[in-house]
Design a binder for this molecule. Structure first.
Ligand SMILES: Nc1ncnc2c1ncn2[C@@H]1O[C@H](COP(=O)(O)OP(=O)(O)OP(=O)(O)O)[C@@H](O)[C@H]1O
Ligand SMILES: [Mg+2]
Length: 503
């Protein structure tokens, strides 16, 4: 008889006026398996896992854990039941330290009720060592890049002795090397008999690490597969219900003007240390400059400075030959969309307005042109396939990928010469990611300059004309995309090579 850690049977979850985010879903996960849950943006993956984790109650259906029927009324009940979840959007408290975040809600009281930090610290250090997670436990979480925050989330559930681990898109923010590290950890957990449910949009990852796969489309299960018996094309078809065409061919553009010029720029981070030291580069009209690098090597500070959120310490940034001003309009798809990209409590159409309030199409000096804005939003919903197709939907009610589509739609349709795209396809399903890739190429054809930051090297190689590799606050290598490959870039990313040592 099969030994199931999780059995979800006939699960239906309805939001609002009868929208079925989960429609009679069955999910069976064998104990000791890595079970992938895949599907397009908005398919209902996070909803299903939130039900398992006790965040939502299903409208119908039931759940068995290790063959016993269970109803979790809250995450803390699920945690006591041996279930841990790392959410798609981090839930850490930014003002607290790493250590405080990990033990938050689970503080062991020592003598006289005082929290025994030393014992906690020792235990976390052991876990971090075993799972090869290298973190400064005393750093404030808010100052850390998203890649590191993800690792803290994982440590947090390991600290709570979860037997069943739910990871909602854990690799979206990781570099290929970090992902390899995470997968090693997951395999170790599996060999100890733990059960892992993994949500991911990256097919190659799903195929390489999972034992079984469940596919959701529009709330329903469309596939239940043995990983060994399937492949990329079948999986792609089950996910989006159609074939995905190849990306259009990138040809050289005829433009020559320099749009962005960065000259001997240094930038300080929040802790007032130099995050960027004396870097210089140009981006031309009709060019995509890719920026590769392990997160935390200055990319964030650079992008924030280019998009006017952070001051530069010295040097010059020129946009079309003029010094970059605070109020210059630049299209910016931010890496951390919750911090900079959206307001969850606003409806979709108001989020489309963010940063574009002064555009005459949307407002007069006296009032908002609501009808125009709503029309405009409806067009973007169609063009970018944002679901549900409802301009009044609160942003917080959209799935992660659909929030990202909305931000991309807003920024890519701004009237600017420069587009800064930080991880623009993070969290997007294969179809939506391809759409954004095509949109960036199309802006490039129109003569826009694009700075593209990504940890996905295949994405960088596919879209960029040139690739700058950042390490430790400097550019260690600058390559023509057609003349390099993932291996070479990877070496420069880890600081094993620097431009001086080349040739
Ligand atoms: N709290 C909520 N209120 C209203 N609608 C919601 C809520 N949460 C989710 N939905 C809707 O349910 C559907 C499924 O969302 P869910 O977050 O489960 O998708 P997902 O498969 O995780 O997608 P993604 O890959 O983009 O993260 C979406 O259409 C979403 O808009
Ligand atoms: Mg999700």
């Amino acid at each position: 008889m099969d030994n199931y850690a999780v059995e979800m049977t006939g699960i239906t979850k309805i939001f609002g006026e009868g929208f079925k985010a989960n429609d009679n879903v069955n999910l069976r996960v064998k104990r000791g398996d890595i079970h992938a849950l895949v599907g397009e943006n908005g398919a209902g993956k996070s909803t299903l896992m939130n039900i398992l984790y006790g965040m939502y109650r299903p409208d119908s259906g039931y759940i068995k854990i290790n063959s016993a029927e269970k109803t979790f009324h809250s995450p803390s009940e699920a945690i006591s039941g041996g279930i841990g979840m790392v959410h798609q959007h981090f839930m850490l408290v930014e003002t607290l330290s790493v250590l405080e975040n990990i033990i938050l809600g689970d503080e062991p009281a020592g003598f006289a009720g005082i929290i025994d930090y030393n014992t906690c610290r020792k235990r976390i250090k052991e876990l971090a060592f075993v799972f090869r997670i290298d973190i400064d436990l005393d750093a404030k979480v808010g100052s850390l890049p998203v890649g590191i925050q993800q690792k803290i989330e994982i440590l947090k559930i390991l600290y709570r002795n979860a037997e069943i681990l739910i990871l909602d898109e854990p690799t979206a923010v990781l570099t290929p090397r970090e992902t390899e590290g995470l997968f090693k950890t997951l395999k170790e957990l599996r060999s100890e008999g733990k059960t892992i449910i993994l949500i991911s949009h990256k097919m190659s990852e799903v195929l390489s690490i999972s034992d079984r796969i469940t596919v959701l489309r529009r709330g329903k299960v469309t596939g239940d597969l043995h990983t060994a018996d399937t492949g990329k094309s079948e999986l792609g078809r089950l996910i989006v219900g159609e074939e995905i065409a190849d990306l259009s061919v990138k040809v050289k553009t005829p433009f020559e003007d320099t749009i962005l010029e960065v000259k001997n720029v240094s930038i300080k981070n929040d802790r007032k240390f130099l995050a960027i030291e004396d870097i210089s580069f140009l981006v031309q009209s009709g060019e995509i400059l890719g920026i590769a690098g392990v997160e935390g090597n200055g990319q964030t500070e650079l992008i924030e400075a280019l998009s006017g959120i952070r001051e530069i310490d010295s040097g010059t940034v020129l946009l079309n030959g003029k010094r970059l001003q605070q109020n210059d309009v630049i299209a910016h798809i931010p890496a951390d969309r919750h911090k900079h990209g959206i307001v969850k409590e606003y409806p979709l159409y108001m989020n489309i307005l963010l940063g574009r309030e002064s555009e005459s199409g949307f407002s007069t000096p006296y009032h908002l042109k609501q009808k125009e804005l709503i029309n405009y939003t409806d067009n973007l919903i169609k063009e970018f396939d944002i679901r549900p197709a409802d301009h009044g939907q609160l942003m917080g009610g959209l799935s992660g990928g659909n929030q990202q589509k909305a931000v991309a739609a807003r920024e890519l349709t701004k009237d600017t010469d420069l587009i800064i795209a930080s991880h623009p396809t993070r969290g997007l399903d294969i179809k939506a990611a391809k759409f954004v890739h095509e949109a960036l190429l199309s802006e490039r054809r129109k003569g826009k300059a694009v700075v593209l930051v990504s940890t996905d090297l295949s994405e960088l190689l596919m879209l960029s004309d040139r690739i700058a590799v950042m390490y430790n606050g400097t550019i260690t290598g600058m390559f023509k995309a057609v003349q390099t490959d993932e291996n070479e870039i990877g070496m420069y990313m880890t600081g094993m090579m620097a431009k001086d040592s080349k040739k």
